[in-house]
Design a protein around this ligand. Structure first.
Ligand SMILES: *Cc1c(COP(=O)(O)O)cnc(C)c1O
Length: 851
């Protein structure tokens, strides 16, 4: 497919022509030398452009360009960057080496937001940044991935904080010709993808973003062929009402699949990054039904090729729509497939609420599903237990792949240079290998402290500029603006807190005892200061109230210049903060933070995490690489808040502050903790490790499964679908008609002693009706206490003798003290070697009476 510039950057002098290539590949955003090269062209314009190289190049005049091409230093730097770029683009990487036999794999990654760089504002927070980092590591590792998203004319929003701490959400209208994206053309005309919506069609233009070796396609409804209201559908990320939301999700999911086809892609893996994109499975179903596949076979085919990642346990994070709304907006598709309307609705129906739930749709149409940290996996398994027929939470088929961040994007160049000097030459490519990081220990303390202090000063200068700009715009006095120059003390222990202001993140927790806080902050010898930043969704009024509260506190005389709140948190600010503070604070209500990633960015920069044991930190914290707030126990939120608040002050007073200020020339103990943090966390919480996990645990098996299912005229898909249908409709015949554990032999050295070492044989008679016994397994289930938790033990039973009268006898040995009923139960469930996981059909027949 041809990709063209509608308004090309005018031709650059021959000698520097390839700056255009650099500007249109976001590879520049994670390469310090490329960034430096652009800054060097015109530092002021580079800043004004919001670090957008396309705008920068468009705004230079001929004389400036000519002069550049004659400047020797610049030309040397240019040559070096171009050489590095060419070598990156043409080289092979991990995937080609490790999985050379999998060249057929192609992954389509669907996400409502992507955070690649501040110059492309189509993200709101963690989910988008994660998607961006995912694509970057996929490129670095040579993983064949195509992204699909939406291009928002007005982005998310620009945040301003007014003089009373109110959040002003400002919407800018972006000129797509000035962003680092290109329009996709077909036969010299813009490619258009059309989607049938109730009473009309919507035409979507397609834009492409180059992210290293991979391309991300973004859909845009702002086209002349559409009515005004439809043109606005892709105006804003998470804007508008429920109607906007469902329409956007249709554009993303259904439009996304259509765009892939129009460009010529038929991927074998479809990754739904959060429920927003789940409609993609309906378009896939439609394609298969049009090929003539029966509905149940089409569903199996789709499931075989789909991976779903769920990102939050917060209910508001799971989109739901009324059935009426779904019937209206999906009208054309449902009409087209009218014979299957009820079955399609059922794929997303939440029987409890009667609503159509995008997470349910994704669960029902994705073979593999995962949460984003170990704890979140566990919480999701609990949440979806009932959805899977009330099996034990541990058996619910939702795994976890813990999030990470793109090391090259988030680690300061100064750190990378330092690591280059001490770590093995392969440390970047093999960053997920712990051995590569051992040498962090031998980096001299003074080198580490020098880098950290320099980054801290950069960050403080940045924060002061942000505050001065806030005040200038708010029409404050010259004196108030000047004052900011003395805000934030580079010598003071500096704690950062920046993230979306969603209420469960409890940004104001530290203010629960202002008196105690005041003492800490104003300690002459050992001062502490706080920097806050973050956006609240424009419809989230409690979130905006948090901003107002922090602002008010920051304006109190005793906190002026020691607690500050910066405006317009974005990726640029995030880099300054995660690289420049001493401590990164995170105190969400556990377990609502599915993973969190900003603390991972901080860790890579030697910033110490001080966090509730939630999300990734529950597994990242090892007792000496940061600090944990509170215990893991309580589900009572008031109690949790009290306990967490107390813990925060106590740990600050007793551990963090004394450690930081325990310094002669250098705070050696602090630095040694920084080293432990880098060494233990960097190799794990990076997206190279994460994307390698996705590849090996989900993408490769899914690609193979998709081919296996679709091959030979959908033979396996048909077999599996028919099998499931047969089993489901006949399962009611399956009954456990008797369990015998009394007459069984007790085998122990002394038959008079019934202890836990003794075993006994149990038999069970199962009536199968028309179901073939080998299509099932019969198991004994009991629970064993281990470290205060009850773990489920599963003992498979073996057939004993031949079946008679549709009944089969089974036997197994279990500990002798267990009695059927109070201690153990027997269950039967269907199995198939073609199931992707054991509980693919939520049919379990059990003797458990209290279920
Ligand atoms: C990393 C990042 C986030 C996500 O932070 P969490 O700690 O996971 O909430 C949000 N916004 C920006 C701009 C980021 O860089």
């Amino acid at each position: 497919m041809q990709v063209a510039l509608t308004k090309p950057i005018r031709p650059l002098p021959q000698a520097i022509q390839r700056l255009t290539d650099l500007a249109y590949n976001l590879w520049f955003s994670w390469n310090p030398d490329a960034l430096k090269l652009f800054a060097r062209i015109d530092a002021a314009k580079w800043e004004q452009s919001g670090h957008n190289p396309v705008r920068l190049l468009q705004e230079l005049d001929d004389a400036q360009l000519e002069a550049l091409s004659k400047e020797t230093d610049f030309m040397n730097a240019y040559q070096q960057v171009i050489a590095a770029y060419d070598s990156y683009m043409s080289g092979t990487a991990w995937f080609q080496e490790k999985h050379a036999d999998r060249s057929y794999v192609q992954i389509a990654y669907f996400s409502a937001e992507f955070g690649f760089h501040e110059s492309l504002p189509i993200y709101s927070g963690g989910l988008g940044i994660l998607a961006g980092d995912h694509c970057k590591s996929a490129s670095d590792l040579g993983i064949p991935l195509i992204g699909i998203g939406l291009l928002y004319k007005k982005g998310y929003f620009t945040q301003k904080i007014d003089i009373s701490g109110g959040q002003q959400a400002e919407l800018l209208q972006y000129d797509f010709n000035k962003l680092p994206i290109k329009q996709v053309m077909k036969d010299s005309l813009p490619l258009l993808v059309t989607i049938d919506m109730p009473g009309r069609a919507i035409s979507l233009q397609v834009w492409s973003v180059q992210v290293g070796r991979n391309t991300i396609y973004l859909l845009d409804a702002d086209h002349d062929a559409n009515n005004q209201a439809d043109r606005e559908l892709t105006a804003q990320l998470y804007g508008g009402n429920q109607d906007t939301r469902i329409a956007q999700e249709i554009l993303l999911g259904i439009g996304g699949v259509k765009a892939l086809r129009a460009i010529g892609y038929y991927p074998n893996v479809y990754h739904i990054n959060e429920g927003h994109a789940a409609f993609l499975t309906l378009e896939r179903l439609k394609e298969l039904l049009h090929l003539g596949l029966p509905f149940h076979v089409a569903v199996e085919t789709v499931r075989a090729a789909t991976v779903f990642t769920t990102h939050t346990p917060v209910p508001a994070g799971h989109d739901t729509f009324s059935i009426g709304m779904v019937e209206h907006y999906l009208g054309p598709l449902l009409q087209d497939l009218s014979r299957h309307k009820q079955e399609i609705i059922a794929l997303g129906l939440d029987y409890h609420s009667g609503q159509f739930n995008m997470t349910h749709l994704a669960m029902n149409t994705a073979g593999l599903r995962n949460g984003v940290s170990k704890l979140h996996g566990q919480v999701s398994r609990e949440m979806f237990r009932e959805f899977h027929g009330n099996i034990d939470a541990g058996e619910v088929p939702i795994d976890s792949i813990t999030n990470g961040v793109h090391l090259d994007t988030w680690t300061a160049p100064e750190w990378k240079e330092l690591l280059d000097r001490f770590l093995p030459g392969t440390w970047r490519q093999e960053q997920a290998n712990k051995d590569q990081w051992q040498a962090v220990k031998v980096i001299p303390d003074d080198s580490i402290w020098k880098v950290h202090m320099q980054l801290k000063e950069n960050m403080i200068r940045y924060a002061r500029r942000n505050l001065a700009e806030q005040r200038r715009r708010n029409g404050e006095s010259e004196e108030r603006i000047e004052e900011v120059r003395h805000y934030l003390n580079p010598k003071a222990l500096t704690i950062g807190f920046a993230r979306r202001f969603a209420t469960y993140k409890r940004a104001n927790l530290i203010f629960n005892d202002l008196y105690r806080l005041k003492k800490l902050i104003n300690d002459i010898d050992r001062p502490v200061q706080f920097i806050f930043a973050g956006k609240a969704h424009p419809a989230d009024f409690p979130g905006q109230e948090l901003i107002r509260e922090i602002y008010r506190v920051s304006q109190k005389k005793e906190f002026l210049g020691k607690i500050v709140i910066l405006e317009n948190y974005d990726m640029n600010m995030a880099r300054y903060l995660v690289q420049g503070v001493d401590v990164w604070l995170n105190n969400p209500r556990r377990p609502l933070e599915a993973s969190g990633t900003s603390g991972q960015k901080a860790a890579m920069n030697g910033v110490l995490n001080f966090s509730v044991l939630d999300g990734w930190w529950e597994e990242g914290y090892n007792g000496s690489n940061g600090w944990a707030i509170g215990s893991v126990g309580t589900a009572d939120w008031d109690l949790q808040e009290k306990e967490n608040t107390g813990a925060i002050y106590k740990i600050l007073e007793k551990e963090i502050i004394p450690l930081y200020y325990n310094q002669g020339e250098l705070p050696h103990q602090w630095i040694s903790r920084m080293k432990r943090s880098i060494e233990s966390l960097s190799p794990v919480y990076n997206t190279h490790r994460m994307v390698q996990d996705y590849t090996e645990l989900t993408y490769l098996p899914t690609a193979d499964r998709a081919r296996h299912f679709a091959g030979n005229g959908y033979e396996v898909a048909t077999k599996v679908a028919d099998y499931k249908r047969f089993i489901s409709s006949n399962w009611y015949h399956v009954k456990i008609i008797g369990v015998d554990d009394r007459s069984a032999k007790i085998s122990t050295s002394n038959p008079l002693v019934l202890n836990e070492q003794s075993t006994k044989e149990v038999t069970a008679d199962v009536l199968f009706g028309p179901i073939w016994p080998p299509d099932t397994v019969v198991e004994i289930i009991y629970y064993e206490e281990h470290n205060g938790a009850w773990n489920q033990i599963v003992v498979p039973m073996k057939p004993a003798g031949e079946p008679a009268d549709q009944t089969q006898k089974y036997k197994a040995a279990i500990p002798g003290h267990l009695v059927h009923g109070p201690h153990f139960s027997v269950r039967v469930r269907p199995v198939s070697s073609n199931f992707v996981h054991d509980f693919e059909l939520p049919l379990v027949t059990s003797t458990l009476s209290w279920k």
